[in-house]
Design a protein around this ligand. Sequence first.
Ligand code: IVH
Length: 701
Amino acid sequence: MKLAKPPSAMTLAQAKREHTRLGAEIAAHDARYYREDAPTISDAEYDRLRLRYGELESAFPELASPDSLTKKVGAAPSEKFAKVRHKVPMLSLGNVFSEEEVEDFVARVRRFLGLPAEAPLAITAEPKIDGLSCSLRFEKGQLVQAATRGDGFEGEDVAANVRTIAEIPARLKGEPPEVLEVRGEVYMTHADFAALNARQAEAGKTLFANPRNAAAGSLRQLDPNITKGRPLHFFAYAWGEILPRPPADTQMGMVAAFKSYGLPVNPLMVLCHSAEELIAKYRSIEERRAALGYDIDGVVYKVDSVVLQERLGFVSRSPRWAVAHKFPAEQATTILRDIEIQVGRTGALTPVARLDPVTVGGVTVANATLHNEDEIARKDVRIGDTVKIQRAGDVIPQVLGVVLDKRPAAAKPYVFPDHCPICGSAAIREIDEKTGVADVVRRCTGGLICAAQAVERLKHFASRNALDIEGLGDKQIEQFYHDGLITKPADIFTLEARDKASLKKLKDREGYGETSTRNLFRAIEQRRAPPLNRFIFALGIRHVGETNARRLARHFGSFAALRETGRAAAPGSEARAEINNIEGVGEVVAEAVADFFAEPHNEEALDALLAHVIPQPMEEIVFDTPVAGKTVVFTGALERMTRDEAKAMAERLGAKVAASVSKKTDLVVAGPGAGSKLAKAAELGVETISEEDWLKLVGRA
Ligand code: IVH
């Protein structure tokens, strides 16, 4: 396939020609599809055309004239937003709740950097806005793209809606860098939220639960005219790609620069120099919270120096150089009407409290988790009790305890079931072989015969961070499973063919129609070549979350390679050691991977699935560094940087860091006192260099 030129590399005239040609082509396909019912291209090809059309418009807003296909009412709806790959991932923040944890954060930063107690360390403090993050891309000062965070790597292009936000300039003032990605929070004020809900009520429409949901619902509106009627605001606080270079070398300086370009920034941000100062600022912001007029849910601390931020880097999805100090959770009391047992993907039985609905911090809560059997017993929670519940941010509300003097006389202690409420199999608490202690979680032993587990696995498979099949949410999976239409992942990909052959059409089902069926099939079609890491995550192997799925995908490169090693990974085998040795992966994961591939049903389900799906090698950021792709081992004492920092630096430069020396090691960096690893390197003939040489090699000497 001929690769299309990226819009950023095109002139307006070139883009205009292509835009016009695409417009005619799309209109012709629309006519064939809608009027003649005789499409001549596949849905995937059609989507590619539309995507490209939208991309050209995002890059050249002047092309988006009122008669553009993207604006036309009644045109083939662009049911979805175009996807945007973030050049620099949009990550999240770790949370802390107590003052000790703030002190730990500062101490951790100092330790990582090897900063002595007397060396100054500047850290900013600013409100954590309770909205949704958005990345705005300006090229030559002009707003060309605006993307939601999505899964952190890929978001949705909501530029059309962002253009309706009055305080975001379409063109920046001053002299911004050539390319500037500004990140910040889109939010709604309390006053606007109240007015919007009043209008919704008047029109008989559903109300929004809180300003954040209202902001999210408004930004992710397919019709920008609706967004326009819902006033949104923005605070800039971070950045992504900047070319040729950032305008400042501190967090404070960067935010000041954003302000000078005409972007709104939060006035409460200050510079602090110790944990005590941070905590004092936290208290003062907390005191002002109610009067701000918009929701905040904590205070964010960031190391001020950009150089130090880079040295500190990231762990998994959160920066080491920043943390969110959350406000305490909100609490309320209500009556517990029932305890229901939910069965999860791995068979875990989770007790859920059904409550008399109560508002906690602006959100109505009717369910809360009771965690597990031991927690119910410890708190002696009984049906009919008045319970205290707590809600913190996005976390599922939890039952904290019982108001004993309100206990009804007839309330009896709760007996936790020892059988799965769905499939009836025994539910047991596994005993740890080494410690002899029973697991806190009781699990259904029904495995593949348990419908609940099967449904939960399917939900996970199609979910947003896994295969991300739009239109195949929890509710739809439950229905399809119930009707026998989808009982295993492979069935998703044969759904359309079976529907064509069947008399009972999907489009005739309640809640479906021509359009939603077509959209669903199209969404499925688009997922036949998923990125390998998403595919691995989607399989729901125990202990393999998104991060481990990435590690496995990166290490093995193809699903076939992972499968072959997984199959051979009996305890003590070389294959087991290979998995175990992947940086960040340990024996628990290695065992879970081996168990997964040792299960014949899983193998069968995989064969069926791989007949329809071809996982693609992960899209890697291409590193152009002397150590990219190399496996490095650090050993001995390092003098210029801490071990953690060395590791983080190597990873940032595209190297893999391993814990032990093997045939696969490319380079050993040895400091004074290096012992057995150095000997092993010599034995295997692996290149060994000093810390100084390493720093020279990576250009940091
Ligand atoms: S900094 C690399 N600053 O909180 C970290 N985030 O829980 C960049 N948020 O995804 C984020 N106010 O949506 C930062 N002043 C602030 C924030 C803030 C709200 C959100 C943001 C982020 C989430 C993480």
